[in-house]
Design a binder for this molecule. Structure first.
Ligand SMILES: Cc1cc2nc3c(=O)[nH]c(=O)nc-3n(C[C@H](O)[C@H](O)[C@H](O)COP(=O)(O)OP(=O)(O)OC[C@H]3O[C@@H](n4cnc5c(N)ncnc54)[C@H](O)[C@@H]3O)c2cc1C
Length: 497
């Protein structure tokens, strides 16, 4: 949808550079009760990576895999399925619906409906409070902000410098979430969230999938049992896993110019560290992301491009005088997650509105104007099979912070709530406590149905609910939330031995 505003207009209170969900939130929070106005500058689709090429399509591809996995473990349903595979055509069609067929009309309408303008084009800072936008026809337009500029330009996949890899036109996250061709054989390079989720849906769609990861564990930032369970499940579902292995060279004889999600050429041959060769029809590179800080004019305000843009807890860019420049989302490098980018955006928007009105930002542990959650309180769900839900610190992180660490673990398969969910339930839960404060500082759950459990842990960790109070937070029977009670009972038993 073409979004347009008065072509002669050049000044707003707030300019948001990058119209992802976070950018939309920043504009909304800055303007909704303040009387300020805002414009979003977007070079692609309003809604950004998450709506079209990341969270939403990936979760649309993973949900059928999860449902099939659970159904296979439910007598009465499993007989109906037999050994049938997913209908990949139908799965991809639903994915297309979820990403609105890459049409951002509804998001543009929302923005215009709440009075936020949109200017299409590639923007860059041009000195204090100014942004130059170049549209698809090459025309330049200079916008100025009376109060603030918010940077929300996101991140792009990092491609390691392996001989032949770039030339082979590997798939990156946009290809694998928006795939149209299901490769017969695929190698997924990396062991993080994107790699593990992608391997899950590629395998679910019938691709012969191999994960190649240089580390000892996948999802290595998390509790070690997370990797054990996910790798165990990969192996059980015949996903190849090559740990402590790198790709040292890639060769693809015929590379084509096919678009996003189509095979980018013929067979690939990869040499692995150790000398093994592996052939595949596609390779997915999921080895991390780089902040989009180049080419956005940072040097015009005295900052060095490259790497994340540093901010303080008011999401105000450090090293620029005048408190007018903000950065949120992947660009600021705090937590590369949509919900955290949107949280940062709410903070930035509140701060902009307060500063414009001359209101003090105040202090105290919880104000609308300061980022608290990025400091050891980040929640995340990883939609592998089993699902992983986590928040706060791992045991290793808590020990590194010299907390008085106490841990407790529980086998989630032993709950009535999981017993009725499916046969052969595999899962685990772990709490990390600060013993001296008697509060939970981290939680990790693995297993079917834990995604929705994560928020209860987030409340406990953020609100520092004391353990004696948690005993009165009664979980409904029979649900996966009984994990809480069993963890407390286990903790009690440990404390009495
Ligand atoms: C496969 C995958 C799955 C994921 N799944 C999840 C998930 O389930 N949950 C979750 O929380 N996170 C998930 N993430 C992470 C999440 O997608 C990102 O953290 C989030 O999209 C970052 O949002 P952002 O606001 O920083 O920027 P982005 O979403 O990257 O958007 C930046 C926007 O800025 C625009 N832009 C950039 N430069 C300019 C410029 N110069 N001028 C104008 N416009 C510009 C871009 O076109 C884009 O629209 C996933 C990531 C991937 C890759």
């Amino acid at each position: 949808m073409s979004a347009s505003v008065d072509p002669d207009r050049s000044e707003w209170d707030v300019i948001v550079l990058g119209g992802a969900a976070a950018g939309e939130n920043a504009a909304q929070y800055a303007t909704q009760f303040s009387g300020l106005d805002a414009v979003i500058v977007e070079q692609g689709l309003v809604g950004g990576e998450c709506s079209y090429w990341a969270c939403m399509p990936s979760k649309a591809l993973l949900r059928p895999v999860e449902v099939l996995s659970a159904a296979r473990d439910l007598p009465g349903v499993s007989e109906l399925i037999g050994d049938r595979a997913l209908d990949s055509k139908a799965v991809l069609a639903r994915r297309d619906t979820v990403v609105k067929h890459l049409d951002d009309s509804s998001q543009v309408q929302w923005a215009l409906g709440v009075g936020i303008d949109i200017v299409r084009g590639r923007g860059r800072l041009d000195g204090e409070r100014a942004v130059v936008v170049v549209d698809s026809a090459g025309r330049e337009r200079r916008l100025t902000a009376r109060h603030a500029v918010v940077l929300d330009t996101g991140s792009t996949p990092f491609i390691p410098s392996v001989p032949g890899l770039r030339e082979a036109r590997p798939w990156v996250s946009r290809d694998v979430t928006n795939l149209h061709d299901v490769p017969t054989r695929v190698v997924v390079l990396g062991g993080g969230v994107v790699a593990c989720e992608a391997a899950t849906w590629l395998n679910g769609l019938g691709a012969e999938t191999t994960v190649v990861h240089r580390g000892e564990r996948v999802l290595a930032k998390n509790e070690p049992f997370v990797s054990d369970l996910v790798v165990g499940s990969f192996r059980e579902s015949e996903v190849g896993v090559r740990l402590r292995t790198s790709v040292t060279s890639v060769r693809r004889a015929d590379v084509n110019r096919a678009g996003v999600g189509h095979l980018h050429g013929g067979e690939l041959t990869m040499t692995l560290s150790g000398g093994d060769m592996i052939t595949a029809d596609e390779i997915v590179v999921a080895t991390g992301r780089t902040a989009n800080s180049e080419g956005i004019g940072l040097e015009t305000v005295g900052l060095d491009p490259g790497g994340p843009v540093n901010v303080d807890d008011h999401m105000t860019v450090t090293g620029v005088a005048g408190d007018w420049l903000y950065a949120i989302g992947d660009l600021c490098g705090r937590a590369l997650l949509t919900h955290m980018g949107k949280y940062q955006a709410r903070i930035a928007g509140n701060v902009i509105a307060a500063r414009a009105a001359g209101r003090p930002l105040g202090d105290g542990p919880f104000t609308p104007y300061a980022d608290v959650a990025d400091h050891d309180l980040v929640p995340q769900v990883i939609f592998t099979d089993p699902e992983i839900g986590l928040v706060g610190l791992t045991e290793a992180q808590a020990r590194a912070r010299n907390l008085d660490v106490e841990v407790v673990e529980y086998d989630l398969a032993a709950l009535a709530g999981t017993y009725v969910l499916r046969d052969n339930y595999v899962g685990r839960a772990k709490l990390v406590l600060d013993r001296s404060a008697d509060v939970v500082v981290g939680a990790t759950f693995a297993g079917t149905g834990v995604a929705e459990l994560t928020h209860s842990a987030t409340m406990a960790v953020v609100a520092k609910i004391p353990v004696p109070v948690l005993w009165h937070v009664v979980p409904s029977y029979p649900t996966v939330s009984e994990a809480w009670l069993r963890l407390l009972e286990t903790l009690n038993a440990v404390r009495h031995t």
